[in-house]
Design a protein around this ligand. Structure first.
Ligand code: PLP
Length: 454
């Protein structure tokens, strides 16, 4: 039995898969908060290039990947698919466990899959500079790399807590040529407002997004870029699942369950959507499990409402599972999962019960991450340990039930720049966090009143 399955460069997908074409219930439109009407392309054109806006609203099933983008993908794609024989043995499970490893990319996660596409389309439309935010630093690094490939300037607002916890991420971004600022910063009105209220704030993704958008709209040749949540971002990630389909075909297997961590939804969508196609069209019964942190449980405890994507309310209103755009999650180490909402596409699929969600505590996740490192030799990003922990749960359950189920999960990033998190875990400094009803009530209290009349 092969332990890993590689593909050739010629196997890199030629098209992205757009799940909107096949969803039984189409996603509800984004709403312009000023007019209360569906937001059109014009509402988005100050911040995104037109080609990405067209992808955002497209319902075409397949969208061709430009040759220039595939050429850059060749640096690290196709990524390997592994059979986790070491983990299976340690768990003594009858389950077969496979994982797709996205940590081989230049930034160490799945994020360059969309960063490269976004930098390319911006360059095509004459954009000189792209501004973004980053949580754990993965997205900022990916975009910095992508911008360096297409000779575009890159400016990054990095959530304060990660800026302090992960100094090497900043240096990686600098190495790719990006400028990096801790968020909230004094460079924007959104940042100054937050600092005036709470000078010691650890920041949040929502705040950093506000800062980046505010900067991007100030200049015609400057655009904003988002590393998750939006339809076009999820679209670009579908190369993960398409490659996995082919690799599992070579292995002679098909997954009963697919598991991925969910921050905004991009890596989850990336691995799941091409398989969901087979549920929709070919009658497959695969389950899809999104894993979120117990301290930021928008899928399992949030509500499906129209809400802003950022904390200052600069974005259109999006229909999604949310904890409220002002919600500030506890400072857990999985920075990439500390986002208040879930993408519109994943939210609609969850609402329609086509995917499932679980929330896990960080101690269980780090324990799983350590087990995975010892058995498979890969030190996972703290975000990715959430998938591993759920995989271990499913594999143990398979043992109890004596079922030989096939599990596929997304090992969406390595943790080489997150070693402080592991040190804190070993030192007993990490805690579980009980999300309270009060946090939920507080987070949603203003949002329920601002629901648009549809
Ligand atoms: C950004 C990130 C996530 C969360 O974002 P999604 O859009 O939900 O994928 C998860 N894992 C890693 C390694 C990340 O970099």
């Amino acid at each position: 039995m092969n332990r890993k399955i590689f593909l050739d460069e010629s196997d890199i997908p030629t098209h992205w898969y757009n799940i909107v074409a096949d969803m039984p219930n189409k996603p509800q439109p984004p709403i312009n908060p000023q007019t209360g009407k569906p937001a059109g392309p014009d509402d988005l054109s100050p911040i995104f290039p037109m080609s990405l806006i067209q992808q955002e609203v497209s319902s075409e099933r397949y969208i061709e990947i430009p040759d220039e983008v595939r050429e850059v993908y060749k640096i690290w794609r196709p990524t390997p698919l592994y059979r986790a024989t070491g983990l299976e043995k340690a768990l003594d499970t009858p389950a077969k466990i496979y994982y797709k490893y996205e940590g081989v990319s230049p930034s160490g996660s799945h994020k360059p899959n969309t960063a490269v596409a976004q930098a390319y389309y911006n360059k095509q439309e004459g954009v000189k500079s792209i501004i973004t935010e980053t949580g754990a630093g993965q997205w900022g690094t990916a975009l910095a790399f992508a911008c360096s490939q297409f000779d575009v300037k890159c400016e990054v607002y990095m959530v304060r807590i990660s800026y302090d916890q992960k100094p090497y991420r900043k240096i990686m971004m600098n190495t790719f040529g990006a400028e990096v600022y801790p968020s909230p910063s004094e460079r924007t009105q959104a940042g100054r407002n937050i600092l005036a209220e709470d000078p010691e704030t650890s920041g949040s993704l929502g705040i950093a997004i506000s800062e980046a958008i505010e900067r991007a709209v100030q200049d015609d040749q400057t655009k904003y870029s988002l590393g998750s949540v939006l339809n076009h971002v999820l679209l670009h990630q579908t190369i993960i699942g398409q490659e996995s389909l082919k690799q599992l075909e070579y292995a002679g297997d098909y997954p009963d369950v697919i598991i991925a961590p969910l921050g905004g939804g991009s890596n989850f969508a990336g691995i799941c959507f091409p398989f969901l196609y087979n549920n929709f069209v070919n009658g497959e019964k695969t389950r899809y499990v999104a894993v979120e942190p117990a301290s930021c449980p928008k899928l399992t405890q949030g509500e499906f409402l129209y809400d802003y994507g950022d904390s200052a309310g600069y974005t259109p209103l999006l229909p999604m599972f949310t904890l409220g755009h002002k919600f500030k999650p506890a400072a857990i180490h999985a920075g990439g999962l500390r986002y208040h909402g879930a993408s519109v596409l994943c939210s609609q699929l969850l609402k329609d019960e086509l995917i499932e969600a679980v929330a896990l505590q960080q101690l269980e996740c780090f324990e799983a991450g350590v087990t995975f490192a010892k058995t498979e030799g890969i030190i996972s990003a703290p975000e990715a340990t959430h998938a591993v922990a759920q995989v271990i749960r499913e594999a143990k359950q398979a043992k109890v039930e004596g079922t030989e189920k096939t599990i596929l999960f997304n090992m969406c990033g390595h943790g080489f720049v997150d070693m402080q998190a592991y040190e804190d875990y070993f030192a007993g400094k990490l805690n579980d966090h009980q999300f309270s009803d009060n946090e939920l009530k507080e987070g949603l209290k203003d949002i329920i009143d601002m629901q648009p009349d549809l």
